[in-house]
Design a protein around this ligand. Structure first.
Ligand SMILES: *Cc1c(COP(=O)(O)O)cnc(C)c1O
Length: 369
């Protein structure tokens, strides 16, 4: 009996991308076996973290790396690190800030909500977010105005399809912050295939969710400046205790890094493109639906399938179609953020042939009547 049968759980087909409410991603056999083995063993956790540091440096060419419970934790701990450095008294004091600098500069359009507001993740450390620019745009001078304030701890930037407005010039934003001796953190949770590009901005810390496209157990990867990475790790004896990483997830990340190292990125992209074009071809003639492939807006190397619904012809609007997909057995989850504009978005990265077939059948049942 599998877990779904045993506990009477809803079987899900996840076409919504690395979405936390449905379990994010699908790990490889290598990852699940490493996790299972780790659970019944003891380790010296510091030794495991040292090994993770080496593996992350080899994978990314970063100066240093460590792992936390997840990226939401990494945001809190990275901000804390810029406030405390490796000073244990300061680490123990948080979230009381005493005399530490605690202002975190964040462009308004980067004030995202990934299940909770990023502002709360910042504030958990004792820091105060200072929003700059507008929803539409944040210029370098908007950022610069706040950098000279003596209470500024860091500049936080986000690269994600959840951000709003004109893209902030990451490279020059980092440069300006450094001219003021202010460290920069980039939240790049779902952008692990762009690490080279993001590190080349010289940001001090780059944060990645290893459970997203790396498909490890839930963990936050933090890479970058050696001193700051150490300061993140040292938060384990402070507020980081509530966000600790476990032996099994460290071993899972190590296996996921192995998988990534052994995979050919060109071949991966080619496979994804083929999966998308085959799927689009197979659902091309549905009444009232225009289907197209749209490349990821933040530069990850794959596209998603957009279904543009004309409810007059299809006799069902996007919101109702999403509801019907969810009511299917298994329950099909898609990205609904554009449903009010009558668009549904499907991410196929982790889907199997059989799952794609089920989605196709369900779409036909709801559209051809
Ligand atoms: C997913 C995500 C997060 C949260 O990551 P977790 O690892 O789930 O805590 C933060 N920021 C962005 C941009 C994300 O996409």
């Amino acid at each position: 009996m599998n877990l779904h049968q045993k506990h009477k759980l809803t079987k899900v087909i996840n076409a919504a991308g690395p979405f936390t409410p449905v379990g994010v991603s699908r790990s490889s056999k290598n990852v699940s076996e490493s996790v299972a083995t780790a659970l019944s063993e003891y380790f010296i956790i510091d030794e495991l973290l040292d090994v993770a540091n080496n593996a992350l440096c080899n994978l990314t060419n970063a100066e240093s790396g460590t792992i936390t419970h997840c990226t939401a934790s990494s945001i809190t701990l990275a901000v804390a690190a810029t406030m405390t450095g490796c000073n244990q008294d300061k680490i123990s004091a948080l979230p009381s800030i005493n005399n530490m600098p605690n202002r975190v500069i964040l462009p308004v359009g980067h004030s995202i909500n990934y299940g909770h507001s990023i502002l709360q993740a910042i504030k958990l450390s004792g820091a105060q977010p200072v929003l700059v620019g507008s929803e539409l745009q944040c210029s370098l001078s908007d950022i610069e105005k706040e950098l000279s304030n003596k209470k500024t701890a860091c500049l936080l930037l986000v690269t994600s399809r959840l951000t709003k407005g004109v893209l902030v010039d990451l490279f020059n934003a980092v440069k300006i912050a450094h001219q003021h001796n202010i460290p920069v953190i980039i939240d790049a949770a779902a952008q692990d295939m762009r690490i080279d590009e993001l590190l080349s901005t010289k940001a001090d810390l780059v944060l990645i969710s290893a459970q997203k496209y790396l498909a490890s157990p839930t963990t936050g990867v933090v890479i970058g400046d050696k001193e700051l990475v150490k300061a993140v790790r040292d938060q384990g004896k402070g507020i980081g205790r509530t966000m600790k990483v476990t032996k099994e997830s460290i071993c899972g990340v190590l296996a996921a890094i192995e998988d990534r190292t052994n995979s050919d990125s060109k071949e991966w992209t080619h496979k994804q493109n083929k999966k998308i074009s085959n799927f689009i071809q197979s659902i091309d003639n549905l009444p009232g639906i225009i289907v197209k492939a749209v490349p990821d807006s933040s530069g990850m190397p794959f596209s998603r399938v957009h279904l543009i619904v004309d409810p007059i012809i299809s006799k069902i609007d996007a919101t109702e179609l999403a509801k019907q997909l969810k009511n299917n057995t298994p329950s099909i989850w898609v990205i609904e953020s554009m449903a009010l504009e009558n668009q549904l978005v499907l991410e196929l990265v982790f889907l199997t042939k059989e799952e794609l077939q089920t989605i196709k059948t369900c779409l036909k049942e709801n559209l051809i009547k």
